[in-house]
Design a protein around this ligand. Structure first.
Ligand code: PMP
Length: 426
């Protein structure tokens, strides 16, 4: 019996499904347990080395344990790590965010992307004095009641896009439109717009595979939100610092009223952030009546790791490497699947991509759902056998980092070719 299998047996006795976040249980027949991460690699307790394209589900844009982050974290650990009082580093990280995101004038740090979204929605409701929010089918914004309605990610993978335990009275305040379809948004807003506090969207849908916004979609949302007096919340938990220093807002030239961040801004430690212009942010406690607080808010170690990560992104060619890696991977996989005559679509944005086994475009949850998710899982399995780790669910993204050098990508593509040949046979 392998060590992972033994540990999984033990885990199932004390952890629900043997894991602490559902997608981790999607690896069959059992999840591998990790001993260590270094650069592009994960090392398992069974002695395998995997090239990692999951990267902690997005945060590790520099790969595992990058030296500048390790150095800063180690240095700060020696000084204690929780004070219940402000620290200089949270100011420094907030200053970076304010520079990189012109729509943000003030920041509040919390502990996860979900918490950031929760704070953003409460702020939007407090600001507009309206009750409803509009989200998109397939978009995932965290494991919180307001948005677990027709959600993507593991919620979709495990067949619970609308979670049990979310009261009907809460769920009915969440309206759901179709991604990349402005008519569906306008249709809802025409009827209910004067009670909609915010439109919340992933500027690139990254939790139903990767689905980029069509030309004009985000700009259209901006206009519709303004027309009906609703706020536009861009959930940049994934895209923030992944599409570049200014996130999706700079990449697509669109501006949010409220932005949520997470993942990369904590350098792989728990974090979330909400940011907006002063008039909105100053409604938050202690200045205003919209409450938010947290024992771990602005945790010094997360702040240090996030700041160190962003400094590397600002001062080195890390983005170039990570972007080239994602581009080459998308092109290479496309060539392989085309040569083998396997129907597929690859959606790409800088540093992330996903393959769908389908014909035609993948532009929303509906077209994504038509793709052959079983074939994707088979690809995941065949790659894992060959030492390559992509997410065990069609409803996640393939991420690259600055540790994914040309050699790593070429090695990956050789294994992808072999894995794809097996797909061809089934
Ligand atoms: N928003 C988006 C777009 C996400 O992808 C996620 C998590 N993958 C979240 C919010 C929630 O973040 P967290 O898991 O840190 O709560």
């Amino acid at each position: 019996m392998s060590e992972s299998s033994r540990l999984y047996g033990e885990a199932q006795r004390v952890l629900v499904g043997g894991v602490n976040s559902p997608v981790r249980a999607a690896i069959k027949p059992y999840p591998f347990f990790v001993k260590e991460g270094k650069g592009p690699y994960l090392f398992t307790v069974d002695g395998y080395r995997l090239i990692d394209y999951v990267l902690g589900y997005g945060p590790l844009i520099l790969g595992h344990s990058p030296e500048p982050v390790v150095k800063q974290v180690m240095e700060h650990l020696g000084k204690g790590w929780l004070y219940g009082a402000p620290t200089e580093v949270e100011v420094a990280l907030a200053k970076k965010i304010v520079v990189h995101f012109p729509s943000i004038k003030k920041v509040r740090f919390v502990n996860s992307g979900g918490e950031a979204v929760s704070a953003a929605i409460r702020l939007a409701r407090g600001y507009t004095k309206r009750r409803k929010i509009l989200k998109f089918e397939g978009c995932y914004h965290g494991a919180i009641d307001y948005v677990l309605v027709k959600a993507g990610s593991a919620a979709a993978h495990f067949g619970t896009p609308s979670s049990a335990g979310v009261p009907e009275d809460v769920a009915k305040l969440t309206l759901v439109a179709k991604y990349n379809d402005l008519d569906s948004v306008e249709g809802i807003m025409r009827n209910e717009g004067n009670d909609v506090a915010a439109i919340i969207v992933e500027p690139v849908m990254a939790n139903y595979g990767v689905i980029p916004p069509r030309e004009g979609f985000l700009k259209g949302l901006r206009e519709i939100a303004d027309k009906y007096g609703a706020l536009l919340i861009l959930d940049e938990v994934v895209t923030g610092y992944r599409l570049g220093l200014g996130g999706a807002q700079r990449y697509y030239g669109v501006s949010a009223d409220i932005t949520t961040l997470g993942k990369i801004i904590g350098g792989g430690f728990p974090v979330g952030a909400v940011g907006a212009r002063d008039e909105i942010m100053e409604l938050l406690s202690p200045k205003g009546p919209v409450f938010n607080a947290g024992t771990f808010n602005g945790h010094p170690i997360s702040m240090v790791a996030g700041l160190a990560t962003i400094e590397v992104l600002e001062t080195t060619n890390a983005y170039d490497i990570a972007i080239n890696a994602s581009r080459r991977l998308a092109e290479g996989l496309n060539d392989i699947l085309s040569r083998l005559g396997i129907d597929h679509v690859i959606n790409w944005v800088p540093t992330m991509l996903q393959v769908f086994f389908t014909r035609g475009e993948v532009i929303d949850h509906e077209t994504a759902s038509k793709s052959n998710a079983k074939q994707y899982l088979k690809l995941h399995e065949e790659l894992l056998k060959r030492g390559i780790f992509i997410a065990p669910s069609q409803f996640e993204a393939v991420f690259t980092s600055s540790s994914h050098t040309t050699e790593i990508i070429e090695e990956t593509l050789r294994h992808m070719e072999d894995a794809a040949k097996v797909l061809k046979q089934v």
